[in-house]
Design a protein around this ligand. Sequence first.
Ligand code: ZN
Length: 411
Amino acid sequence: MKITDTILRKYAELIVRTGANVQPGQIVQLTISVEQHAFAALVMEECYKAGAKKVNIDWTCDMQSKLNYLYAEEDVLSTVLPWEEAKLKQMVEDLPCRIYILSEDPDAMNGVDPQKLSSVMQKRATVVKPYRRAIDGKHQWVIAAYPSVKWAKKCFPASSDEEAVEKLWDAILTTVRVQEENDPVAEWKAHTEFIERKAAWLNEQGFSSLRYKSANGTDFTVELIPGAKWEGAGVRNPMNGAFYIPNMPTEEIFTSPIAGRCEGKLVAVKPLSWNSQIIDGFSITFENGRAVACQAEQGQELLEKMLHMDEGASMLGEVALVPKESPVNQCGFLFYETLFDENACCHCAVGMGFKEVLPGGDDMTTEQAKEHGINDSIIHVDFMVGADDLSIDGVRPDGSTAAVFRNGTWA
Ligand code: ZN
């Protein structure tokens, strides 16, 4: 597809109107790479057309981040300066609508000491977290993507820069349902309604466990938290009632299972990119809810390291249902971005769970959520198990069952 001004404007409008659903009088915080300044202007204009009171841009730059990590002292980088904190305080006051345009090079931080990176991030997080928590569940936000040359080349190393970007554009626009002649807003409405119907059905069923089976060796049972919700697609901002879609694309319906309550083997159907390295052809075996064995054709050591990152890294934090017809799956390549890759087919994640799936979970501390069965870990890594023949049965507390998935899609 040729990336015309019309297409770009259509995409910008979709992000602003359907994704973030900017309301008249709202302040918008747009985070975008300096490389994408032209698209930033389009998004900004659409925000004003939607009635935004003010649009502020936080410019990002891969090179700036990398050079800081390479040359500046850890202490310097770890310090959140008073003006940065003032900005966070202002954010809590304004509750801006936040739009994040992702276009980073997946390898941007190669060469940076990973220890320094995680230590800086952890130290900054202790200051930043309370402010983030103060706006959690009280503002609209959306993450969407824009292809950069480096990201595109990572996905299509054999193509020229231009071809690679064109291919990545095609894939992104397919997955977010933007075409020259279509009405993406109407398509998203139908899409989110479908997901919400499925989530409502799952919530009505009140399954206490799910059983997975596939000819590739997947044979697995996971227990679910009583009363925990299946969620997907959209969220309503309780402050103003605006319905927004945090991820574009989005195909999944997900929940957090009981940490430490699963049995059996899960066989991955797609390679997994973790810390810029590939783990492929792998399976994980769980006993008493913990990964006790794993086998990978590629990246065995890396997989073992991942599952031993901390106490929670060997337990599940998420189970998600995505039919194999997902447009991300149809694209047939690895995006090296969770926003896309986790929307390809059914997946599970080891590591941190989502406390917001619990009734009243938004207001719980991590410790309280843990008592309800939500896993805690510094990692959250999704891996795809949605084989073309995957079947999933839901088991109710009384032992009765219902077909959830057959042949990799909704039963
Ligand atoms: Zn997921």
